[in-house]
Design a binder for this molecule. Sequence first.
Ligand code: AHR
Length: 625
Amino acid sequence: LNLTVGSGGGNTTSPLQYGVMFEDINHSGDGGIYAELIQNRAFQGSPVFPSNLSAWSPVNGASLSLKNLSEPLSSALPTSMNVATSGSTGKVGFTNSGWWGIDVKVQPYNGSFWVKGAYNGSFTVSLVSNLTNETFGSLTVGHGSTANQWTQYNYTLTPTVAAPNSNNSFELTFDAAGASDGSLDFNLISLFPPTYKNRPNGMRIDLMEALAGLNPSFLRLPGGNNLEGNDPPYRWIWNQTIGPLTDRPGRPGTWGYENTDGLGLIEYMWWCQDLGMEPILAVWSGLYLDGTLISNDSLEAYVQDSLNELEFLMGSTSTTYGALRARLGYPDPFPINYVEVGNEDNLNNGSATYSAYRFPDFYYAIKSAYPNITVIASTVQVDPWPAAGAAGDYHQYTRPDQFVSQFNFFDNFTSEHPTLIGEYANIQPNIPAGGGANFSVPRSPWPFWIGSVAEAVFLLGAERNADKIIGASYAPTLQNLNSYEWAPDLISFTADPAQDVLSTSWHMISLLSGTRIAETLPVVRGEVFGPAYYVAGVGGSGERILKTAVYNSSDEVAVGVAFEGVGQGATASLTVLTAPDPYSYNSVGSDVVSSSNTTITAGAGGVFSFSLPNLSVSVLVVEGG
Ligand code: AHR
């Protein structure tokens, strides 16, 4: 491969390019990146997933039961846990097993609980081993409670000893003799470890750092299918996810569990701020996953709801919803520049109505209130598009050969309707050969290397079409290995941060996203694609860049590349990712991806010469421009 890269005449890339897609799937939110350690902390339930005592166990003969008291903690959290002493003496109470364990370190844990009932005494909170009963930290909290009202206790518990593993529970006990009516009621029992950037109600540090390693520029939220809801009325509703946790009822998520909505709209905005990401805010488009559609006559209320949400985020504090934001403690607006209308509205019989009235109604309403917002359809095509500038969303779950065959896919797209690649993932091997993904057979449990290389080929094809592509996000992003609905995933985890798995695709994206091309450059001589697929360009500091993925080569590919304007003696840094086997994958405790870094000096004619192995992803960056 002998290439000469021109010095101008390409296209400016989107500032977003690489980002993150988030929805609560695989306990990625509750039990995942949302750092709350207590599972089922407020006994939230619905007709779909009724309230239950999952994760709670009695201590010392106490009896636990759910109660809907006449004086609930709040109308949003009507169900609480009654803890009856049941004739026991001494300390009684309950444990919570966390999200399949609790990571215990010598660090401050911020806890809180609400209690109601006649009680004269204190409470003891502890972090204890499930295996040995060892107590790693314990604290006495509070001075009783009363029968007529709910009392909140806040505390900070710092264990004195780190636990050797995450097989631990949270425990709360009280003195049976002090509970004069024989029981106490508890609700919203919460415990947070230190969070990313110390945000209250914040995020897991290890998982935020794993995302930061992707150098992401956008966050697509809050779905995916979880935006849509399985059936009426269970769509994601923005104003039920804001305010004090006592005001958030939660909802039955799409993926088989109740969402607490502790990770709500404001927390999403903080998340964006903390990782420097642009929100791509999805609003509900009038389609449930069971195919229930909102008619043209009834859609207006939902369009207005999306405008209310935007006013809440961006409006001045003199507007109705901007004032609500300020009342909740956030006078400064959260700017929104991208709104996506729905999710995969081409499915579930949604196409015709989406083109006919759903997308246009949202589009015109949002554009008329916020002309600078880019409004993105959840489909790759709307017929007809309401206006130039309206964007689309392309999702692709397929197999390695199919990804590679899509290297040219975006060449015939148009910059008039730019495209977000809102979800993509290699989900199955090439065997048996031919065709796309087969959803009637299992997907691969983990991303694997040949799939990650094929994704890279696809992404380089997107990078070459810089003026047409808004950005790309792998999906799903996060997976709790103890309870999940969808594999493969980009980042997998348990309660123990030491077990985090950064997949082969994570490594590939981290490299491509960390070496951004600001403007593509044309290859003026020698352009041929396969088995090497590449894109050339110039980075933000004027550095020339060549990104290459090699797929299905019988041999190493010898590359000679010259950049017009770069002469003999210039140096470049070459990073090459490889793995030992096409189907090798990362899992708990193992990382198969090797990264090598070498310095290459340009020879005669300014040619950088190097060779790239089969199934490699590489980036050459010329030093000093
Ligand atoms: O990423 C998993 C699911 O795949 C998303 O929720 C949906 O948009 C897509 O079909």
